[in-house]
Design a protein around this ligand. Sequence first.
Ligand code: PXL
Length: 269
Amino acid sequence: MKKLLTVQDISCVGQCSTTVALPLVSACGVECAVLPPAILSNHTAAGFSGWSFKDLTDEMPKIEANWVREKISFDAIYTGYVCESHIDPILSIVKSCLKPGALRFVDPAMADNGVLYKGFAADFPSKMARLIDGCDYVLPNLTEAALLTGNVPFKTANEKLIEGLHRLGAKNVILTGVEDGKGGLGSAVSDGTKIEYDFNPRLESMFHGTGDVYASVFAGAVMRGRPALEAAALAADIVCEAIRKTAPDHWYGVSFELTIPQLSNAFLK
Ligand code: PXL
């Protein structure tokens, strides 16, 4: 079994970040170790009026030192929602705890719908870019891609965003939220030589946490040997199914839990 380390917060309530990654990566048949660099009472997106935040930056080098002493190493690292103070400790773990040839997945979870999430300074995208340099897969939405590549205000062609992300040092770019002009919504998958697309019919409802579901399934599927476009298509199918299974009055996340049988079935053969 492959062993992946995910580094993103624990939002105790909210169906996002670590509480999504751990079950979904596991459902793919990949061992999922976690390093939460902060614990929040709940996520910071619309609906909640506030949150508690316990930063764990100081713990990160201690955890790393123990892993080094125990000779613990990983086949992949998958980072999600993190803060500026977490970036140097993560880069240190990348150096000390990854096996040769290990994969680096970066979901630059920091913005959506044209704005940075609450709490991030305007220059945060340039800090997040440090994680992208040398990564194997970056999975931004359109807003994150525009902020990372300096292409605001958000009217740039997808191809230019993708080119900018490769220039930041990503080997493969999975750009989400791409439209096909015919009512379809999906992702563009680029390996730097060609761009392929995966589309699904657009679902009208918008839910928080779908980016985390997408990135978790994508990382799990790639670790199980799926080519990037196939992993992207599976991730999108699981997101769509999670949205369909979420009750209309459930407002803070998607019921991804109900897709776990479908996800694990995809890895039976
Ligand atoms: O889903 C991304 C995410 C993760 N963690 C926290 C968040 C968000 C998005 O708002 O607030 C704490």
